[in-house]
Design a protein around this ligand. Structure first.
Ligand code: NDP
Length: 313
């Protein structure tokens, strides 16, 4: 087994991971970013990012993360598209295992983000990739002149519904309440789009179809009445769950499943393990807040390493 030593190992390559990479490498710490299997993180599944400061005309999500990656590499960060199998924080330097390689680190920053949530229906699971998707940017193209339903009432649902009207002939926005969690500006855009029809107070009971999506069985959340909605595709936009699997047995996780940090810092309860981005953020979950927390994590990691080394002197 090969073993390579780094000062800082960052797991995850979204705005949090890359910002940590920029700060770590620029401070002359040997820094490794392991991006995993979804390089770039959630921003690569979004379309236009309109609220990241510095881009008054908006910027494509993929473009934004690739610029962040380039910036981290420019300062000397090593970036690899490798998935991490395990993290061992029981002895110093810590160990991060990826396939046949074990990397050792003086500090570890977990920036693994969050993954799309699904409803948990058997029919939904069976039809994943056959009309059921959680990424309009990835799969919208397949629904040219088709009818699709978007499930959810947050900003993601609004964004996906609008985006899908570029392809689909009609988009139903199915939401379990009649009020939206989404920001008013996003809701207004949806309401102004003639291709979108709101289906409110409706939950999804079943996804219909054998080998491809043919429709939905909806349940009125007030009356309990069942109805069918014919459609060719279903896009889930019901939020995300934090990716804490790598550390769930060693670090404290809160009741909502997020990695716990000491308030105001990126420090977890495990010495040398820091958190950045959505994995530890149940509240804001924005690209800019993820980037900010990546900066904090890198600064905390640097101070930790310096303190550790001062004790060794
Ligand atoms: P949210 O948590 O904001 O919204 C999730 C939505 O899904 C809610 O409307 C919720 O309903 C609904 N939902 C959750 N579980 C279920 C379920 N089991 N069945 C049916 N419906 C369900 O997640 P988003 O992904 O929309 O947004 C996450 C964050 O990212 C937010 O902070 C958002 O502002 C941000 N974002 C910003 C964008 C932008 O500004 N361009 C674009 C996309 C996201 P209910 O309302 O009833 O709880």
């Amino acid at each position: 087994m090969e073993e390579t030593n780094y000062d800082i190992i960052i797991i995850g390559g979204g705005p949090a991971g890359f910002t940590a990479g920029i700060y770590g490498a620029r401070a002359n710490h040997s820094t490794l970013i392991l991006e995993g299997t979804l390089p770039g993180g959630q921003l690569t599944t979004t379309t236009e990012v309109e609220n990241f400061p510095g881009f008054p005309k908006g910027i494509d999500g993929n473009e934004l993360v690739s610029q962040m990656r380039e910036q981290a590499i420019r300062f000397g960060a090593v970036d690899k598209f490798e998935s991490v199998d395990s993290v061992d924080m029981s002895s110093y330097p810590y160990k991060v295992k990826s396939g046949e390689t074990i990397y050792s680190a003086k500090s570890v920053i977990l920036a693994t983000g969050a993954s799309a949530r699904y409803l948990g229906l058997e029919s939904e699971d069976r039809l994943k990739g056959k009309g059921v998707s959680a990424c309009a940017t990835c799969d919208g193209f397949f629904f040219k002149d088709k009818v699709v339903a978007v499930i959810g009432g947050g900003d993601s649902a609004m964004e996906e519904a609008n985006f899908l009207t570029k392809f689909a002939s009609k988009v139903y926005l199915v939401h379990r309440r009649d009020e939206f969690k989404a920001s008013p500006i996003m809701v207004d855009r949806v309401k102004a789009n003639p291709k979108i029809e709101l289906v409110l107070n409706s939950g999804v009971d079943e996804v219909l179809g054998e080998n491809k999506v043919e429709g939905l069985v909806l349940k009125n959340t007030i009356t309990g009445e069942l109805s069918e909605l014919s459609c060719d595709g279903v896009f889930l936009a019901i939020g995300h769950q934090p990716n804490v699997d790598l550390v769930k047995d060693i670090a404290q996780i809160d009741e909502r499943g997020y990695l716990k940090v000491i308030p105001g810092t990126s420090k977890t309860n495990v010495e040398g393990l820091f958190a950045a981005g959505d994995v530890a953020d149940p509240t804001y979950r924005q690209a800019i807040t993820a980037a900010g927390s990546g900066c904090k994590a890198a600064l905390d990691a640097q101070r930790f390493i310096e303190h550790k080394e001062s004790l060794e002197d």
